[in-house]
Design a protein around this ligand. Structure first.
Ligand SMILES: [Zn+2]
Ligand SMILES: [Zn+2]
Length: 552
């Protein structure tokens, strides 16, 4: 008899991003979230990273539902890639569904996908699981936690959450419901670890509004604001403030335009009449009557703000008449790129206001006291920290211990690591296939480790091409060798180094001739080995070496 609940994280542990958690009981599987991650700095040319879905593809006939807690990329961005491989109904709230549809449309998958929209407070069944959506607060509207009823007890999967008792819209988190479920008994709590290192409580979203009011009202400059595209409530506050101060609002950046469109259509945003104008019309409005909201809060390459900073934006040129407000904090790893954009904006004469100077951003994730409150309300038998790097998971486990949960009742898993749960115990079990799949352009998994190694190699040490024309009869040198380098310069005595490379090549060819080696592949390998040895000795660098033989 299958009396074991399995929890299998396929992403989101020991990393930031690509959250995906599998719950499995007997023959039934449900999937919670399907996010993407962003590449590390040494993944040259890779656009996004998605979880390895092989476990789900192998078990696709057992998947009863995919449930999405909210519309952030780290929770829905991987979905189109999963939906190419499997067929299962999607359950989520209305705004999240709207955002998902845009993605599925781009991948031509919207027709074949069944999307069921629900509201917080509603339940549905998926195999042996019964799932209830619970209203919470986060930095995007319509976010939910899940109460998952399994045959051996209830799991609370918080998703990303914070406790905001004065939110902009949608009402405060349904704390009473968490308490009720806690009273009935919770087997397992899987909770958001992002801000476990931050003491106290997170600030309310409504705290940000007055700062905008002051920065917009008190300025005769053009205002350019960037924030996370998905922070609908933040956008609403900026727009309200602009309208109140008789300024028009223009939006630039594809993700921002998409989200605005969906949230206005679905009634998650209420834009005062005649406030929005097209970005192509901004030249007809005096600068001090304008607010431009743009993407690029993380300094993303090619985002609208990045293009403005580097003079590549078609409609917006930055100068001393601009006040640029960055209403976001850096996601770890993005500090350098943001800093470059800020410097460039200052260089163009703009006034830049960012989080080190003003309180222009509040986090969407619960801090320590809120995390404690979640544990206190749900009183779980077992605890599993999710959504964080190792340090966050460990710290969150310590927090749970402080609140009286025994160490043996806490499981810190890893991606691909099964957590086995019975009514009596929680323990780490075996593993399933998991990892990072790299997406480059539209190709999924085309970029393997070899391609990546080559790109890293080229980026670090450049390339040396040796072109030799050899006789087809006896492999003797007819002309060349010619040496071409790219991204590899040895400034000191560069000419003599080229000369030396030519010499090493000729010597190699001579020795091949002496040994009667006429096979092109062998000759290439020898040229490559000798050049690479020589180059390393002389320059301590290992450029990629490409021998090219032309046959006459
Ligand atoms: Zn989120
Ligand atoms: Zn998240």
């Amino acid at each position: 008899m299958a009396s074991k609940l399995k929890v299998i994280p396929l992403g989101g542990l020991n990393e930031i991003g690509k959250n995906l958690t599998v719950y499995e009981y007997g023959e039934d599987i449900i999937v919670v979230d399907c996010g993407l991650g962003f590449p590390d700095e040494d993944m040259y040319g890779v656009d996004i990273v998605i979880p390895d879905f092989s476990y789900l593809v192998q078990n696709k006939n057992r998947i009863r539902a995919i449930i999405l807690t909210h519309g952030h990329e780290d929770h829905i961005g991987g979905l189109p890639f999963l939906m190419r491989e499997i067929n299962a109904p999607l359950y989520t709230t209305r705004l999240t569904a709207g955002l998902i549809k845009i993605k599925l449309e781009e991948h031509g998958l919207v027709e074949k996908t069944e999307i069921i929209t629900l509201e917080a407070g509603q339940h549905f069944k998926a195999g042996c699981f019964g799932i209830e959506l619970i209203h919470i607060n986060h930095s995007i509207a319509d976010s939910v936690s899940l109460a998952i009823k399994t045959p051996i007890g209830t799991v609370i999967h918080t998703g990303d959450f914070k406790i905001d008792v004065t939110p902009i819209e949608g009402g405060m988190i349904d704390l009473t419901r968490f308490g009720e479920i806690g009273k009935e008994g919770v087997l397992l709590l899987c909770s958001d670890s992002t801000n476990v290192e931050k003491p106290g409580y997170s600030e309310s979203e409504s705290k940000v509004g007055p700062h905008f009011e002051r920065l917009i009202k008190g300025s005769d400059k053009r205002i350019i604001v960037t924030t996370f595209a998905s922070n609908v409530h933040r956008l609403q506050q900026i727009i309200n403030c602009a309208a109140k101060n008789n300024r028009k609002v223009a939006i630039t950046g594809r993700s921002m335009e998409n989200i605005m469109k969906v949230s206005m259509e679905l009634g998650y945003m209420d834009v005062p009449k005649d406030t929005l104008i097209d970005i192509n019309q901004i030249s007809s409005i005096p600068k001090n009557k304008l607010v431009i909201i743009t993407t690029g809060s993380q300094g993303e390459n090619m985002s609208a703000l990045y293009r403005m900073a580097f003079s590549g934006h078609r409609q917006v040129e930055i100068d001393a008449g601009d006040r640029v407000i960055i209403s976001a904090s850096a996601i770890p790893g993005n500090e350098t790129t943001i800093s470059r954009v800020i410097n460039e904006l200052f260089m163009k004469g703009a006034e830049v206001i960012y989080d080190r100077l003003e309180e222009l951003h509040v986090s969407g994730h619960a801090c320590r006291e809120e995390l404690k409150m979640m544990i206190a309300l749900t009183k779980p038998r077992f605890f599993m920290p999710l959504h964080g790097e190792q340090r966050h998971l460990r710290t969150h486990a310590e927090l749970a211990k402080c609140m009286g949960i025994a160490p043996k009742d806490i499981a810190i898993s890893d991606i691909g690591r099964i957590v086995d749960i019975t009514r009596k115990e929680i323990k780490l079990g075996g593993t399933v296939a998991s990892g990072k799949v790299l997406v480059d352009g539209t190709g999924v998994g085309d970029v393997g480790s070899v391609v990546l190694r080559d790109r890293r190699h080229l980026a670090q040490d450049g390339m040396v091409v040796v072109v030799m024309t050899l006789s087809a009869e006896d492999a003797s040198l007819v002309s060349g060798p010619d040496i071409v380098t790219r991204g590899f310069v040895y400034v000191k005595e560069s000419d003599s180094l080229m000369e030396e490379l030519r010499r090493v090549t000729m010597e190699t060819l001579d020795s091949c001739e002496n040994q009667r080696i006429t096979d092109w592949a062998t000759i290439k390998a020898k040229v490559k080995a000798n050049l690479s040895g020589y180059l390393y000795k002389q320059t301590k660098r290992s450029p990629m070496i490409l021998p090219v033989i032309m046959e006459v």
